[in-house]
Design a protein around this ligand. Structure first.
Ligand code: NAD
Ligand code: FES
Length: 280
């Protein structure tokens, strides 16, 4: 059992949960994730380890409430428990040793950018984070990312920071030159757009893929992705890959597989189960 020691609402549908997991807190590296199993009836869901405190023995998970399983986890109060947390899973991020990195986070994908920026900063790499949300209230982790370097905030509607997509601000940085690598995490259209943007500049670009995962050990094939005509499993070979080689069409197609099921399951929730999803 893993006890929840703190929780914080970051935006209307994103919650930070800090939970006891001492062994994972010591071992985890940027880019790795865990599979969380709230209780016997719950689904297993993959979540990036957004941060960890080895002294306290805790890890930080940032959860977007998109379905019943994520709603159930964020409904847990401090002192509540999560039955199983398996990890750290996946390959750690390929971190450069020096130079300048641009870390691009779209919406809740910013949670995945956080440990990457943290790891780069610890190595002495100059980090510029470009983070975006549709509106001001959907921008997350600006203060935390500011610990590691400059942060450029963008909103689609201009309600905070620069008006426009994260790709607009990233283009300006690429035009200015001196960018050694770009890390981009967010919705699939955003990662595809960043990869298309950086390609003509010849800047290596790493994206973090989020296909459906089941076992997280490379056995079930659920997280199959195509990278440069090779089949890979995101849970063991990734989740991060060369953005210039990802088959984004296939990824987008496979991500729609369970959308109707998840919608139906959410509609079947009791009012109490879904109170957070309904903003109550
Ligand atoms: P969103 O749709 O609100 O987009 C967030 C930001 O991304 C926008 O403000 C914009 O700056 C940028 N963006 C979006 N579409 C773009 C495009 N076509 N071109 C350029 N920039 C674009 O994001 P959200 O609702 O917070 O994110 C939800 C999605 O992110 C879900 O589909 C979820 O599965 C995915 N996600 C992915 C990962 C991952 O590891 N790749 C992690 C968490 C969430
Ligand atoms: Fe089963 Fe990756 S989640 S192979």
């Amino acid at each position: 059992m893993h006890t929840i020691v703190s929780r914080e609402k970051l935006s209307p549908n994103v919650t930070l949960v800090e939970v006891e997991a001492p062994r994972i807190a010591k071992m985890r590296r940027p880019g790795q994730f865990v599979i969380v199993h709230l209780n016997e009836e719950a689904e297993r869901i993959p979540l990036t380890i957004a941060d960890a405190d080895p002294e306290k023995g805790t890890i930080t998970l940032i959860i977007q409430e998109v379905g019943k399983s994520t709603l159930d986890i964020v409904a847990q109060e401090v002192g509540g428990t999560i039955r199983d947390i398996v990890g750290p899973l996946g390959s750690p991020t390929e971190l450069i040793e020096s130079g300048r990195a641009v870390c691009v986070g779209g919406g809740v994908g910013t949670a995945v950018i956080h440990p990457i920026a943290q790891g780069l900063h610890a190595r002495g790499v100059e980090v510029i984070s470009v983070i975006g949300g549709r509106t001001k209230e959907l921008v997350i982790l600006e203060d935390r990312l500011a610990r590691y370097g400059q942060v450029v905030v963008c909103t689609d509607d201009g309600s905070y920071g620069r008006k426009g997509f994260v790709t607009d601000a990233t283009k300006d940085l690429l035009d200015a030159g001196g960018v050694d690598i770009v890390y981009a995490v967010g919705p699939v259209p955003m990662m595809r757009a960043v990869a298309n943007l950086t390609r003509p500049y010849g800047v290596h670009t790493i994206v973090s893929l989020n296909p459906v995962m089941v076992d997280g050990t490379g056995m079930c094939g659920g997280c199959r992705v195509t990278i440069g005509n090779e089949i890979k499993f995101a849970c063991v070979d990734g989740p991060e890959f060369d953005g210039h080689k990802v088959d984004f069409d296939e990824l987008a197609d496979r991500l729609t597989t369970y959308r109707d099921f998840e919608k139906r399951r959410l509609e079947q929730c009791s009012p109490q189960e879904c109170r957070i999803g309904r903003g109550q």
